[in-house]
Design a protein around this ligand. Structure first.
Ligand code: FES
Length: 133
């Protein structure tokens, strides 16, 4: 394992053990939850939108380190963004944020939180990792 990979693994574990923006928003503008049908792991996201900007975002869930760390990273990235900007976030952004090569078997773990945003809160209805199957 190279130095970079070691660093990124610790970074992912840190987000897993100390998730940022974890919890619920009392009166969210959007709320949605999805599970990974392969394993039953869950991510849910609450968004509070004010004047077209993501004023607050919280996630909850349970599951593997990749799914939970990826949700934590996504919330950090989106907080304070305009909704339009946040909507442009795609699969590649999420995967590069994790910083390690994600094997095809773990792609759904990595993209579960993005699915919650796309398929749920924004009604785009598409699992971004579908073509990986
Ligand atoms: Fe379930 Fe990763 S093993 S989301």
């Amino acid at each position: 394992m190279g130095v970079d990979e070691q660093f990124y693994r610790e970074y992912i574990l840190d987000h897993y053990k100390n998730p940022r923006n974890f919890g619920h928003i009392e009166h969210p503008t959007y709320t949605h939850e999805e599970d990974n049908p392969l394993c039953g792991d869950v991510v849910g996201i609450d968004l509070l939108v004010k004047d077209g900007v993501v004023d607050d975002i919280k996630f909850h869930g349970r599951g593997c380190a990749i799914s939970q760390a990826s949700a934590s990273l996504l919330t950090e990235r989106i907080k304070g963004m305009s909704l339009d900007e946040a909507r442009t976030i795609g699969k590649e952004d999420v995967l590069s944020e994790l910083g390690i090569d994600i094997s095809p078997a773990r792609i759904k773990c990595a993209l579960l939180s993005l699915k919650v945003l796309k398929a749920g809160a924004w009604g785009l209805g598409e699992w971004p990792g579908e073509e990986e199957e």
